[in-house]
Design a protein around this ligand. Structure first.
Ligand SMILES: Nc1ccn([C@@H]2O[C@H](COP(=O)(O)O)[C@@H](O)[C@H]2O)c(=O)n1
Length: 262
């Protein structure tokens, strides 16, 4: 029998200064710090999108981690960038009602967390510029523009193990804001959407984003999971990023792959 992803993550040994990054598909990632603690961002566990939007939103990649397993790893923080179902999954959240870890999300999400049975004391609303911490993890909500579909959407700067990760959430391209990120942060890893739908950057804009933010490494996300919300030519993104941001290593993570960031 194959060892579960959660067990692989739990037993993964990290040296000081390392962080493990595991892709869950779409925009979902589990992160492990060198002190053995975990954070999760935007996991999509269920088939809620298909149930509520329709067959074109059927998930094409299996769910590799069950919501019930998330608690087993001793999560320090659960981050959500905006209230769309492929980032904020009501079925998954409901299954986690009896857990204790804190949630960090925009107010529109926090309101819905309450309706799903998550106690208010566990929910921390964040607006762009707000900072928070949980255990050894530090977060800052950063600019994202997902249009009228999600007016209070944010991205996150996530810090632990002495590393700085930027998960951009769902956003369109904004050269000025990306230059600001470059000035303010020394980003070890940038995670960004390339699907070019519902107001998100496409592959060419994403490659320009990598060039402007200038992270050490970048991982594209938000493609291939839901046909109605896919798009984004991964090969073209790789080609363009290599040309426009030659200093950045672009990585493709298989769903369930655990990458160790040095
Ligand atoms: N027919 C549709 C298409 C889309 N939506 C909503 O848009 C969201 C887009 O998802 P993101 O990943 O870009 O946040 C989708 O999840 C739906 O909320 C819809 O309702 N009906």
């Amino acid at each position: 029998m194959r060892t579960s992803i959660v067990e692989q993550l739990r037993t993964k040994e990290l040296a000081r200064g390392q962080m493990a990054i595991c892709s869950l598909g779409q925009a979902g990632f589990i992160l492990k710090a060198d002190d053995g603690t975990f954070a999760i961002i935007d996991p999509y566990f269920s088939d809620y999108c298909e149930q509520t939007i329709g067959y074109s939103f059927k998930r094409l990649m299996p769910c590799l981690v069950e919501p019930e397993e998330v608690d087993e790893i001793g999560l320090s923080a659960y981050l959500i960038t905006h209230p769309h179902e492929d980032h904020f999954d009501p079925i998954g959240i409901r299954a986690m009602r009896d857990t204790a870890f804190p949630f960090f999300a925009p107010s529109s999400v926090v309101n819905q967390l309450g309706e799903l049975g998550i106690g208010g004391d566990r929910c921390h609303p964040l607006r762009i510029g707000d900072e928070a911490s949980a255990g050894g993890w530090r977060f800052e909500a950063i600019f994202a523009d997902h249009g009228e579909l999600a007016p209070d959407a944010v991205g996150f700067i996530i810090r632990a193990s002495g590393r700085t990760i930027c998960h951009m959430g769902d956003t369109c391209f904004n050269a000025e804001e990306w230059a600001k990120l470059n000035r303010r942060f020394d980003i070890n890893l940038l995670i960004l959407p390339i699907n070019g739908k519902f107001g998100n950057m496409n592959e060419a804009e994403a490659a320009d984003t990598v060039a402007l933010v200038a992270p050490k490494k970048a991982i594209p996300c938000h493609f291939w999971m839901l046909p109605g919300n896919s798009g984004g030519d991964v090969l073209e993104f790789l080609r363009l990023a290599e040309t426009r941001a030659p200093e950045t290593d672009v990585l493709l993570l298989t769903q369930g792959e655990i990458y160790v960031l040095e």
